[in-house]
Design a protein around this ligand. Structure first.
Ligand SMILES: Cc1cc2nc3c(=O)[nH]c(=O)nc-3n(C[C@H](O)[C@H](O)[C@H](O)COP(=O)(O)OP(=O)(O)OC[C@H]3O[C@@H](n4cnc5c(N)ncnc54)[C@H](O)[C@@H]3O)c2cc1C
Length: 507
């Protein structure tokens, strides 16, 4: 939207028929608004030190938002980050993603989850966090801005970068890390032997891998999709615990319909000014939350799995958010005890998910992703059903046009989703239709499965030192550690962990 003044905060309120845009503008000492080119009341610009020959270093496993923001913060503190990333750098990763989108196969080490920038690179890039408690969110925005995000990041209540812009920002972060003396090892999956060697090297009495620098710790920022790494950590005595998570499907409506429902018959001019409408929906069904998650106006549904023979969907959008589709995860809250009560393909008495098993949630995710794959098809066809057909328990004879590039197969999701998810989703969609008449329509389609909305595992850490409760000098961090959800909070956790490690050498 064209601005005349220097805006410092902007939000849209679409709750009433009359849509409202709230702006806070910067003023001079007499209260007069300052023009739009007035300097942004900026933050302290980052000051990156030269860490080529730093006395101290930290190993970081994973180059997602948590790992990258930890690395940048360590450099600001004069500590050398050494990053290990199983995937490829962003330009190479793009090629693998193009192959995946053409339904020509998944590279299990280079996809929407794995590679430079982690799950954040080809994500939607919505930058907000529900939690205001965890620290300085503004710092995360400022760093994204520093590496090329536009000014809106500094004032939009619901800031958004877009999957077309994120790769450049991530590349610039890498260039900064390397230029200042950090190391990044791509295509290097930290397996048992490398993990042990890194942890052992944090103890000064061991011979160090990096002779000139003392390794202060290992930041574990692996995201929540590296199931093999979780199993390796478990086998190596790292403490893991179950946690609640959520699973469901991704729903896609025509964007024009969502604009009509949310903005009450908007004019094209209004859409041009405020952008395509989004929604956030929540209800309770039989004691569990059912809610929309990661809604992408003007976006695309993407194949977001990282394992062969599985089907996982997620959503993203480009910076202009101008595709004709609106998609969102529609998920059901799952508590650890639900896995005991409702095992897939079993009865409570022969459950394969004993309560004590901290990996039960992962196994449940894998099972459902495999089931979706069986009902979809090789290699990335997604099982799909029209929305009203799903709710009414009917097969869809045809499927509507959809943004999901690999393709869809008509399938009875109402029949094969576990009951505690499927039935709750059906009721959830009815509830959402009561709020927004027309939401429950056969113009919309649902695709399965949205299984990676949050981590099913936590790696418990000491609240004071942020180190793993089982493994000294190991710092579980970001979404995969169960301490964050989304780009902003994962990046913030990376900053907090790095600051905590830096504190240990200042003391
Ligand atoms: C399609 C899509 C859209 C999304 N949209 C949004 C959005 O709009 N807004 C939002 O806030 N969040 C979004 N998310 C979620 C967000 O991307 C994640 O919450 C965030 O990236 C988590 O950050 P992280 O650093 O903790 O982990 P990740 O980003 O998952 O990064 C972990 C990294 O660790 C690497 N790794 C794993 N195991 C190993 C190993 N053993 N050795 C070496 N490297 C390893 C992986 O390759 C990966 O690069 C989206 C996710 C997807 C997939």
């Amino acid at each position: 939207m064209e601005q005349k003044f220097r805006v410092v905060k902007r939000s849209i309120d679409a709750r009433q028929k009359q849509l409202k845009v709230h702006l806070t503008v910067l003023t001079d000492e007499h209260g007069a608004p300052l023009p739009k080119d007035a300097p942004i009341p900026l933050y302290e610009p980052p000051h990156f030190q030269d860490v080529h020959h730093a006395e101290h270093s930290v190993a970081i496993i994973g180059a997602g938002p948590a790992g990258l923001f930890a690395a940048l913060t360590l450099i600001e503190k004069g500590i050398k980050p050494i990053i290990y990333e199983r995937g490829k750098e962003v330009a190479e990763r793009k090629k693998d993603i193009a192959i995946l989108n053409r339904n020509q196969g998944l590279n299990a080490e280079s996809n929407y989850c794995f590679g430079e920038g982690g799950a954040g690179t080809f994500s939607d890039g919505k930058l907000f966090s529900r939690s205001k408690k965890r620290g300085n969110m503004q710092r995360v925005m400022e760093l994204f801005h520093h590496f090329g995000g536009d000014d809106r990041l500094l004032y939009e209540a619901h800031a958004h970068i877009g999957s077309d812009k994120l790769p450049t920002i991530i590349r610039r972060m890498r260039e900064c890390i390397l230029e200042h003396g950090g190391e990044i090892h791509f295509s290097t999956c930290v397996d048992e032997s490398l993990f042990r060697s890194l942890i052992n090297n944090t103890t000064p009495s061991y011979t160090t891998l990096h002779h000139s620098t003392r390794l202060l710790g290992v930041i574990l920022a692996i995201g929540h999709s590296a199931h093999d790494t979780y199993h390796m950590l478990h086998a190596n005595g790292v403490a893991l615990a179950t946690k609640g998570f959520a699973m469901g499907v991704r729903a896609e409506h025509p964007q024009a319909l969502i604009n009509k429902l949310m903005y009450h018959d908007p004019s094209p001019e209004l859409i041009r000014l405020v952008g395509n409408a989004s929604y956030s929906l929540v209800t309770q069904v039989q004691g569990r939350g059912v809610y929309s998650f990661c809604m992408c106006p003007g976006g695309h549904i993407v194949p977001a799995g990282s394992a062969l023979n599985s089907c996982v969907v997620n959503g993203m959008s480009a910076s202009h958010r101008n595709s004709p589709y609106a998609n969102s995860g529609m998920v059901v809250e799952i508590r650890p005890e639900d896995l005991l009560q409702y095992p897939i393909g079993g009865t409570p008495s022969n459950s394969q998910y004993p309560q004590v098993d901290p990996l039960a949630g992962l196994r449940f995710q894998q099972e459902l992703e495999r089931l979706a794959f069986e009902h979809g098809g090789e290699p990335s066809l997604a099982p799909a059903q029209r929305l009203r057909d799903f709710v009414e328990g009917k097969a869809s004879k045809s499927l509507p046009a959809c943004s999901y590039l690999p393709g869809m197969v008509s399938s009875r999701l109402d029949q094969w989703l576990p009951e505690h998810i499927g039935k709750r989703l059906q009721q959830g969609f009815r509830d959402f239709d009561r709020k927004y008449r027309g939401f429950l329509t056969n113009e919309a389609v649902i695709l399965g499965v949205e299984s990676r909305s949050s981590s099913a595992v936590r790696l418990p850490r000491d609240p004071e030192t942020l180190q793993s409760i089982s493994t000294p000098h190991l710092y579980p961090c970001g979404e995969g550690a169960g301490y964050a959800g989304g780009i902003t909070s994962s990046a913030l956790d990376g900053i907090n962990v790095a600051l905590k490690i830096a504190e240990s050498i200042i003391k």
